[in-house]
Ligand binder design. Structure first.
Ligand code: NAD
Ligand code: TYD
Length: 350
């Protein structure tokens, strides 16, 4: 039995995680707090918003009095911490927003959990959701393991690395019962169309240019988001306290090959002539400090907890494209900014 605080549950990964926990664990109480930044969208959770074991509270993880009152009210036994500023390009233009939410916000959550749990850490879990980007950039060979030294190179990854260090510091100093996972790039439904895959799907639908940074040779290891939240579920329930687990898809693609695969599948689905969408590919100025390659070795998770990705990439990407084609209202609300009215419509009137 748990009373779980999920942070950032209105975002991309957070909404899948919230849905999984609310539907799979009806005996748990799930409270989702989210500041509803541009990346938070309550429309992602429409199907579960009235579930009896679920509650949404708008709030900021850097607001200590708010966190304390929430812990007082709900007596949480677990935290699943997803809230973050998550887009590398935004971290290049506004690094301090990343320091505030990712570092200070994580510190505030840890501090609040410590205050409420310090007399009895039994059956408590502080689960921190992190990224493989903390390990830096690989050359053509090798993989990130849990032992790889941290070498973050963007303000985003540096702020996530700092938050991971804080979580481990609370484990070693105060015996806070923590778990951390570092995952590779996710894709799937409800992904905000500023990230490569949903941005390209949106632009292909609308016959707009597909911006490829540099030569398109950078490599990412892509994992279907539902496989990621399934791994979090396994680690939450069976992973060891104080441990870190890498989560990855063993699915490396150069950006250009990935976008060409998207174009190929979408030409077929949209009934376009073969090669039509590829003509939209446009090479643009490279991202500053662009990491060349990320690739995860998820052997520990497979050997110790039995988790493996369930979907092949071609299948996952096909499901993802179908979801965007069938959810044009969601996509239109996001691209027009209308989704930001959903909170007022659904919650302010109560
Ligand atoms: P996202 O940007 O889609 O969602 C982040 C959510 O956090 C949003 O709902 C936003 O409103 C909320 N938020 C932001 N600042 C907040 C604050 N101060 N207080 C409360 N809520 C706040 O991000 P995502 O892609 O779903 O990523 C979730 C987590 O997973 C992040 O910690 C990220 O570092 C990590 N991660 C992401 C990926 C990926 O590919 N997207 C891969 C590995 C790890
Ligand atoms: P992104 O989805 O932003 O994830 P991350 O930077 O966290 O890996 O980008 C994935 C890759 O795609 C990355 O190498 C940058 C590149 N990219 C483009 O080439 N064009 C784009 O418009 C975007 C958003 C990303």
């Amino acid at each position: 039995m748990h009373t779980v605080l999920i942070t950032g549950g209105a975002g991309f990964i957070g909404s899948h995680l919230t849905r999984l926990f609310v539907t799979k664990y009806s005996q748990y109480k799930i409270v989702n707090i989210d500041k509803l930044t541009y990346a938070g969208n309550l429309e992602n959770l429409k199907d579960i918003e009235h579930s009896p074991n679920y509650e949404f509270v708008k709030g900021d993880i850097t607001d200590l009095p708010f966190l304390r009152s929430l812990f007082e009210k709900h007596q949480f036994t677990a935290v699943l911490h997803c809230a973050a500023e998550s887009h590398v390009d935004r971290s290049i233009t506004d690094p301090l927003a990343f320091v505030t939410t990712n570092v200070v916000g994580t510190g505030c959550l840890l501090q609040t959990a410590k205050e409420f749990w310090k007399d009895n850490f039994d059956n408590k879990i502080f689960y921190h959701i992190s990224t493989d980007e903390v390990y830096g950039s690989l050359g053509k060979e090798g993989f990130f393991t849990e032992e790889t030294a941290y070498d973050p190179r963007s303000p985003y990854s540096a702020s996530k690395a700092a938050s991971d260090h804080l979580v481990r510091a609370f484990y070693h100093t105060y015996h806070m019962p923590v778990k951390i996972s570092n995952c590779s790039n996710n894709y799937g439904p409800f992904h905000f169309p500023e990230k490569l895959i949903p941005l390209c799907i949106h632009n292909i639908i609308n016959n707009k240019p597909l911006p490829i940074y540099g030569k398109g040779e950078n490599i990412r290891d892509w994992l279907y988001v539902e496989d990621h939240v399934r791994a979090i579920d396994v680690i939450f329930h069976t992973g060891k306290i104080g441990e870190t687990y890498n989560i990855g898809g063993h699915n490396e693609w150069t950006n250009i090959d990935l976008v060409k695969e998207l174009c190929k599948q979408m030409d077929l689905k949209l009934g376009r002539e073969t090669g039509a969408s590829e003509k939209l590919i446009t090479y643009v100025k490279d991202r500053a400090g662009h990491d060349l390659r990320y690739a995860i070795d998820a052997t520990k998770l497979k050997n110790e907890l039995g988790w493996m990705p369930s979907l092949q990439f071609e299948e996952g990407i096909s499901k993802t494209i179908d979801w965007y084609l069938n959810n044009t209202e969601w996509l239109n609300h996001v691209t027009s900014g209308n989704y930001q009215n959903y909170y007022e419509q659904q919650y302010d009137k109560r």
